[in-house]
Design a protein. Sequence first.
Length: 254
Amino acid sequence: MRLLVDVSVLLLCFVSRVRVISSAVFIESCPLANGNIIQTKAEETITLTCVTDPSIDSSNQNELQWYRNSAQVDLNEGNRLNQSSLCVQPITKEDNGVIFTCQLKGNASVNSSVELNVQFAPDLNDTEELSVEKQSDVVLSCEIRANPAVTVVWKKDGEVLDLTTGSYKTNSDGITSTLSMQKVKREVHQGTYMCEVTSSVFGIRSNTFKVTVEEKTLQFPLGPIIAGVVVIASTIILAIISRLDKIIKWCKRN
């Protein structure tokens, strides 16, 4: 996320501002806030303008400070006295739940805050091809983190999976959804799988997995083979050493 600081509010926001009032400091925002919540979407722009109430003390030059959660925002010199503006762009999903607070530098108890409610879709739209061996275990995974939350359905060859057969297990923690298959069989598990999510805001999105089940590859027991070679080599060397005198005498005679 890039945070830009500007002295003026965008013209678009000037005609659609709302005040979030707290004591002698209030925040005007675009898009409009509902209470102190600003709803927006990823990739969009938010402008915030913090203003001190001139009716409190119009002769006083009040210096303002901005905080993004607990981190103070750097402001230009001319963007601090009595009025201060922020332009946040582009909004990302990491901004969801972030609180922007404006306060008087000389009195932090005089402040006003807004919280961002960022709507975003899960990052789906991939196709993955997997080759797996018979009797191996397989886990398919897709990211479902979104705001608002989505519903998830796993499909195989276009049909919703029957999870009562015991051939599949699913798990979801709100961030990742997984489909597990144990000791895969070609006649049961080979096919095209789809992790399909439905969002009330962004519609249907999915990831596709093309699973091919292959014959199990014969694997040589490398460890025992190496151990056997070492034993044989050691036996030959010891045999040669034990008969070294005889070998030397035989070589001299011949």
